[in-house]
Design a protein around this ligand. Structure first.
Ligand SMILES: Nc1ncnc2c1ncn2[C@@H]1O[C@H](COP(=O)(O)OP(=O)(O)O)[C@@H](O)[C@H]1O
Ligand SMILES: C=C(OP(=O)(O)O)C(=O)O
Length: 323
C-alpha cells in the first residue's frame, strides 16, 4: 500500500515501546510539532522513534511542523465559562494580536474550540466555553496579521534537522509561493534535502494552491486552522475543492486533524470518523495524519489501529475500482 500514515509525537506516545506498537499497527511516519517543543528538547523522543523504527526494520518519515506565521497563546491554564468576562492580558497573547483587539472582534482559541467576543480592546466575553491550555492556536477571523515565514527558532531547528533524521518539513499557513521559496532556500543553506509539505490553513492559501504546487512535495489540508478561516460549515466544501485542484495537477495531498477526535478519550471511534478516514483515502489522499489522538490521547495505539485498518479497506476498494 503506497499510503503515508502518520501519528504525532507527544506525551502519550513518546516511549519507545509505544512507538513500536504504532509501527506494528502500520504507521509509516511521525510528525513532531515544533510549536510545543524544539528538536533539542525532543531529543529523547526522537531517539526513541529511531530506535523503535530499527526494531521494526523500517525507514519511517519524520516530519517537523514549523512555527511559521502561526499565532499561539503562551503558557496558560484557564477554564473559560460561558458569559465570563476575561482580561485578554491573562492569556499571554502575542503583542501583534493584542494590538488588533477591539469591540466585537471574535477571538478563536484552540482551533476554534473556545470563542471570545471582545467588549473593548482588553476585555472579552466567553461565548463558547472550554478549557484553555498552553500554546494553543489563536485566530482573529477577518484580521490578517503579517508575520515572517519562519521564526528564529524555526531556523535553529532547520539547522539541526539533518542530525535528528528529519525527512520532511511542514510549513504552516502558507500564504503564497514566496513562503515556500524562502523555506526551500533556508533548507539549501543548511544542505538538507528534506521534503516540503505546504500546510493550507486559511483562505489566502486556498486561493494560491496552483502556484504553490511547483515549490513543494505535498499539499496538506490542515483542517484545524483552516476551519477557523473559512468557517466550520464550509470546511467539507473547501476540502473537496483543494482535493480536486491537487488531483487535477497530480499533486499528492495529506488530510489531517480530528480524524479520530473522539478517540482522545474513547477506546472506539464514531461512525462519522471511520467514514471520514475511508473517504479521505478512497477519494485520493496520499497521506493521512493523526494529531492529538496519538500526541495526548488516552488510546494512541488503538486509534492508530482503526486509522490503518479503515485506510487499508479504502485503499483496496479504490484499487479495485480503478482496475
Ligand atoms: N511536543 C509536544 N509536547 C507536549 N504536548 C504536545 C506536543 N505535541 C502535541 N502536544 C499536545 O497535543 C495536542 C495536539 O497536538 P497538535 O495537533 O500537534 O497541536 P495543536 O493543536 O496545538 O497544533 C497539543 O495541543 C498539545 O496539548
Ligand atoms: C494540523 C494542523 O496544524 P496545527 O496542529 O499546527 O494547528 C491543523 O491546523 O489542522
Amino acid at each position: 500500500m503506497d499510503l503515508e500514515i502518520y501519528g504525532t509525537l507527544g506525551p502519550s506516545c513518546c516511549e519507545e515501546e509505544t512507538i513500536v506498537q504504532l509501527f506494528k499497527k502500520g504507521m509509516t511516519g511521525m510528525r513532531i510539532n515544533l510549536s510545543h517543543v524544539n528538536l533539542q528538547q525532543a531529543a529523547n523522543w526522537i531517539e526513541a522513534f529511531h530506535k523503535a523504527a530499527k526494531r521494526c526494520s523500517i525507514k519511517p518519515d519524520l516530519l517537523m511542523d514549523m512555527q511559521g506565521p502561526e499565532l499561539r497563546i503562551g503558557k496558560v491554564e484557564k477554564e473559560c465559562r460561558l458569559n465570563e468576562i476575561i482580561d485578554m492580558n491573562e492569556l499571554d497573547i502575542p503583542e501583534v494580536v493584542l494590538k488588533e483587539l477591539k469591540k466585537d472582534q471574535m477571538v478563536l482559541i484552540d482551533d476554534g474550540k473556545i470563542h471570545i467576543q471582545m467588549i473593548d480592546s482588553i476585555k472579552g466575553k466567553v461565548v463558547q466555553e472550554g478549557k484553555i491550555t498552553s500554546r494553543k492556536s489563536i485566530a482573529l477571523p477577518g484580521v490578517s496579521i503579517q508575520l515572517p515565514s519562519l521564526t528564529d527558532t524555526d531556523i535553529k531547528n532547520i539547522s539541526m534537522a539533518k542530525n535528528f533524521g528529519v525527512t520532511g518539513l511542514m510549513q504552516p499557513f502558507v500564504r503564497n509561493e514566496h513562503d515556500l521559496i524562502y523555506v526551500k532556500n533556508k533548507l539549501k543553506e543548511y544542505h538538507t534535502d528534506i521534503k516540503i509539505y505546504a500546510k493550507i490553513e486559511n483562505e489566502q492559501g486556498v486561493g494560491q494552491i496552483e502556484s504553490l504546487i511547483k515549490h513543494c512535495d505535498q499539499i496538506i489540508i490542515a483542517r484545524g486552522d483552516l476551519a477557523n478561516s473559512v468557517g466550520l460549515i464550509q470546511l467539507p466544501s473547501v476540502q473537496r475543492k483543494i482535493e480536486e485542484i491537487c488531483k487535477k495537477n497530480n499533486m499528492p495531498y495529506m488530510i489531517v486533524t480530528e480524524m479520530l477526535y473522539s478517540m482522545i478519550k474513547n477506546a472506539s471511534p464514531t461512525r462519522a470518523e471511520v467514514n471520514d478516514i475511508y473517504y479521505a483515502v478512497y477519494n485520493g489522499a496520499k497521506s493521512i495524519m493523526l494529531t492529538a489522538e496519538t500526541a495526548m490521547g488516552q488510546y494512541p495505539v488503538q486509534a492508530m489501529e482503526y486509522f490503518v485498518e479503515v485506510a487499508k479497506i479504502a485503499w483496496n476498494d479504490k484499487k479495485r475500482k480503478t482496475l
